[in-house]
Each structure stands twice: as structure tokens, then as C-alpha cells.
Design a protein around this ligand. Structure first.
Ligand code: NAD
Length: 265
């Protein structure tokens, strides 16, 4: 049995999943953390989706609670941190998975869309960290994992300005927190998923682009040096490693999980 996260309390933000044929990165990570022995707080703005994750974890004999929060709101982040401390006695791991995407460049992207993407993908991570870090500081330990994107460091096939900028911000947020808290036993790393087969990416983008799902899947598989997309478990396994003591000397890292896409010329 995997005991890498035994006796750890983990908040997974965005632990629900966009409905679809596969599973989102946050849900897979919540499940994997629980399999490794963590007590999980599955947080999502969609209560039903967080609840579904909780049920999946409990069906496997794991420990989880579901918590409804919109992490773009400071008060929800404060409540989330307090509820985890109350339920599990502290917070060992904060996994920030929430992210939304939208296409568009500077001239065609509506201002409200820019604000929504930056608030959801970047400000929400700042707020989650803001209210969780004091609890970690108090105990002199903790791990934060932020889900960024390859879109932060490579230009996507079509302009996604707000998304790319927000994820670039996530990278900087990660490294800044890592540096500020390294001497206090708190680590902070980011994962940069490449092309992952999740419902948000497949069902979401095919609808956005008006492209049949099969064509999108073929195109995404073809773009990867390994010739196939990753799945939510690939991201979750990287998160589990970073959350565990196996990564105790790793902080401030931006880890691509991308089937070699970053190396492609
Ligand atoms: N799928 C990919 O190809 C891919 C590639 C690169 C990066 N990523 C990143 O992975 C992360 C997860 O992607 P996914 O495909 O699993 O998406 P997903 O939509 O399945 O999961 C995200 C969850 O976050 C929740 N959420 C959204 N806004 C929220 C808010 N304000 N407060 C609380 N919860 C909120 C959603 O309800 C959803 O359940 C995102 O950050 C995304 O940018 C995905």
C-alpha cells in the first residue's frame, strides 16, 4: 500500500471535473492523494462535482470531505483553509488545480473575458495561498503545487492571450513563494501539463472551435512527440511525487508533463 501521504491533510482546489468521457486533472489528483493515505478536502465551486469526487474516494476506502468554494473570492478561500484545519487539524498540502481557458488575442478578446481568466487562473491561486500559508507557517512545514500550463512557455496553435499570461503569472507566483518560504520548510512547485485528454480540453475546445471531437483528438495526439496526449493520471502522478517527501529537496521547479512537447523545435 502506498503510504507516501499517510497522516497528511491535502486541500485539492478544483477537485471536481468538467463532465465528459474522461476525468479532470484535479479529480485524478484528489483520488491519487487519498490512495497514498492523505485525508483530502475536495474543493470546487460546483458542489455536486466535489461531492462526486468525495464519493469516488470513499468508495475506495479513502478519507475525503467535499467543500463548496469559489476561490476567486477571498472569503471562500479563508473559509476553505479554516474548514480544513477544523476537519483534519492542519494543512500539509495545497494543490491549486483551478483553471479555465479561452481563445483570443489583444484586439478580439473582450475585457471581461481577460478579467475572468486572470481572476480564475491567477488571482484565485494567490488567494488560496494567502489563506493557507499562515497555517503552514505556524507548523513550519507544507507543500504547495500549482497547475500551470505549457501555454505559459510555448505559443499555442492559436492565440490564447489571457490563458498564456495567467499561466505565466502562475509560474512567477510559484517561484516567488518558493523563494520566500524555502527557509520555513514550505515548498512550492508548479506542473506544466502539455496536451492532456481531459473533458475541459476535449469537449470544451471542440465546442469552442466548432471542431468534431475526433479531429481534435487526432490533431492533439499528432502534435506530441510521443504521438499521444497524456491523461489526468499523468498529471496526478507528478503531483503526488511533488507532494511527497521524495521531493523534499525540490522547490521552485516548473515541471512539464508533456510527452516531450517542450523539447520539440
Ligand atoms: N487538459 C489540458 O490539456 C491541460 C493542459 C494544460 C494545463 N491544464 C490545466 O489543468 C487544470 C485542470 O484542468 P482540467 O482539464 O482538469 O479542468 P476541469 O475543468 O476538469 O477541472 C477544473 C475544476 O475547477 C473547478 N473550478 C473552476 N473555477 C473555479 C473556481 N473559481 N472556484 C473553485 N473551483 C473552480 C471546475 O468546476 C472544475 O471542476 C487547469 O488549471 C488547466 O489550465 C490542462
Amino acid at each position: 500500500m502506498d503510504e507516501r501521504l499517510k497522516d497528511r491533510a491535502a486541500i485539492v482546489v478544483g477537485a471536481g471535473s468538467t463532465p465528459g468521457e474522461t476525468m479532470g486533472n484535479g479529480r485524478a489528483t484528489a483520488i491519487l492523494f487519498a490512495r497514498a493515505g492523505a485525508s483530502v478536502m475536495a474543493v470546487d465551486r460546483r458542489a455536486d462535482s466535489a461531492e462526486e469526487t468525495r464519493k469516488m474516494i470513499e468508495a475506495e476506502g479513502g478519507t475525503a470531505i467535499a467543500f463548496e468554494a469559489d476561490v476567486t473570492h477571498a472569503d471562500d478561500c479563508r473559509r476553505m483553509a479554516e474548514a480544513c484545519v477544523e476537519a483534519y487539524g492542519g494543512i500539509d498540502i495545497l494543490h491549486n488545480n483551478v483553471g479555465i481557458g479561452t481563445g483570443g488575442g489583444p484586439t478580439d478578446l473582450p475585457e471581461e473575458e481577460w478579467d475572468k481568466v486572470l481572476d480564475t487562473n491567477l488571482k484565485a491561486m494567490f488567494l488560496a495561498c494567502k489563506y493557507v500559508l499562515p497555517h503552514m507557517e505556524q507548523r513550519g512545514k507544507g507543500v504547495i503545487i500549482n497547475i500551470s500550463s505549457l501555454g505559459a512557455i510555448r505559443f499555442p496553435p492559436y492565440p490564447m492571450l489571457a490563458y498564456s499570461v495567467s499561466k505565466g503569472g502562475v509560474n512567477t507566483l510559484t517561484r516567488s513563494i518558493a523563494m520566500q518560504y524555502a527557509h520555513q520548510g514550505i515548498r512550492c512547485n508548479a506542473i506544466l501539463p502539455g496536451l492532456i485528454e481531459t473533458p475541459m480540453a476535449i469537449e470544451g475546445i471542440s465546442e469552442q472551435l466548432g471542431m468534431p471531437k475526433e479531429d481534435l483528438i487526432r490533431m492533439r495526439n499528432e502534435a506530441v512527440p510521443m504521438k499521444h496526449m497524456g491523461d489526468a493520471w499523468d498529471v496526478a502522478h507528478a503531483a503526488l511525487f511533488l507532494a511527497s517527501d521524495e521531493a523534499k529537496y525540490i522547490t521552485g521547479v516548473l515541471l512539464p508533463v508533456d510527452g516531450g512537447l517542450t523539447c520539440k523545435g
